[in-house]
Design a protein around this ligand. Structure first.
Ligand SMILES: [Zn+2]
Length: 80
């Protein structure tokens, strides 16, 4: 059985969460969402951090591409 990737986004309270000011992916826009990626294989989170809405959109696109190709596209996009 092929594992599936689970991606989630949430808002956060900047007053109570020690989040970076800038998106940790593009470092150009303000971080506005918290993202988390995990696998159906195990409950542990592979990646998580804070990103802007543009990068959130890119992550969803990368997830779709990964679903199609089943290669490490998501990792490539995160660290490109
Ligand atoms: Zn960004």
């Amino acid at each position: 059985m092929v594992s599936t990737d689970i991606m989630s986004f949430s808002t956060f309270d900047r007053e109570t969460v020690n989040a970076p000011d800038l998106c940790s992916l593009c470092r150009a826009k303000a971080a506005s969402l918290r993202y988390a990626v995990s696998s159906s294989d195990d409950a542990s989170q592979k990646l998580n951090g804070y990103c802007c809405s543009d990068c959130a959109s890119n992550l969803v696109t990368a997830l779709e591409q990964r679903q199609r190709s089943q290669i490490g596209v998501v990792q490539g996009v995160f660290y490109a």
